[in-house]
Design a protein around this ligand. Structure first.
Ligand SMILES: CC(=O)N[C@H](C=O)[C@@H](O)[C@H](O)[C@H](O)COP(=O)(O)O
Length: 226
């Protein structure tokens, strides 16, 4: 049962660093994975086959993603079966993918979820931005539904600061697979609030594994007028 891969009420740490980040690369992400494991994380979210391999020695279940930007397509989180297959080959236990209905450079969403689940025999972690997308992803066979993309699908919308706890509560009330809270859970209190809203587990990335952003948050707080 895929639910047993991620125990209820636990913390998943996202270890990701883009190429412009000084901590980009498997050596740093492998160390982040180990630090997360020692700190009490129950699972990891990791980008790309190379970093998945580097995170394996941490000994935790790995949710693999492959961020692939294709000109003209808004979907960039594991858009295709080929990308998912590379992650599974590298050792990912679960594959996370964009489950919004936006245009993608890959198989249609329902086919992608079915083939990752059946052909690759790997549970799908559906990154959604709305309740409707979560309900649809569950129907398509996703094993986990996550709020990852809430606040990130409308380029014209103002930048969201807080996580979308209302979406977590709405999903938890309507879907029967585990609902995972992800996106801007930037304090332990917000992570706790996600569980209280009905989340099965919480993913935290930036505020644990991105020292540049953590530094920025401290530096800008100090610049604010008293
Ligand atoms: C929208 C998007 O592409 N989110 C990505 C998904 O993998 C990551 O950039 C986030 O860091 C991750 O979701 C964790 O969230 P946060 O860093 O806010 O704790």
């Amino acid at each position: 049962m895929s639910e047993s891969l991620i125990p209820r009420g636990t913390l998943i740490v996202s270890c990701q660093a883009r190429p412009d980040n000084p901590l980009h690369g498997p050596q740093f992400m492998g160390a982040m994975a180990l630090a997360a494991a020692q700190g009490g994380a129950s699972a990891l979210r990791v980008n790309g086959a190379e970093d998945v391999r580097a995170a394996m020695p941490a000994g935790l279940p790995i949710i693999g993603i492959a961020k692939i930007v294709s000109e003209g397509f808004p979907v960039y989180i594991t858009p295709s079966l080929a990308a998912a297959a590379e992650l599974v080959e590298a050792g990912a236990d679960i594959v996370a993918l964009d489950a919004t209905p936006r245009p993608r450079d890959g198989e249609p969403l329902a086919e992608l979820i079915r083939r990752v689940s059946e052909d690759l025999a790997t549970p799908v972690f559906a990154d959604v931005s709305t309740l409707e997308e979560g309900l649809a992803a569950e129907q398509m066979g996703a094993a986990f539904i996550s709020s990852t993309l809430a606040g990130y699908t409308d380029p014209a919308a103002p930048k969201a600061i807080l996580p979308d706890l209302a979406l977590i509560a709405a999903l938890a009330a309507r879907v029967s697979v585990p609902v995972i809270a992800e996106g801007r859970f930037n304090t332990p209190e917000l992570a706790r609030a996600a569980l209280d809203a009905g989340a099965h587990a919480v993913v935290v990335g930036t505020m644990i594994t991105n020292p540049r952003e953590i530094t920025r948050s401290f530096a800008s707080a100090l610049k604010r007028a008293p």
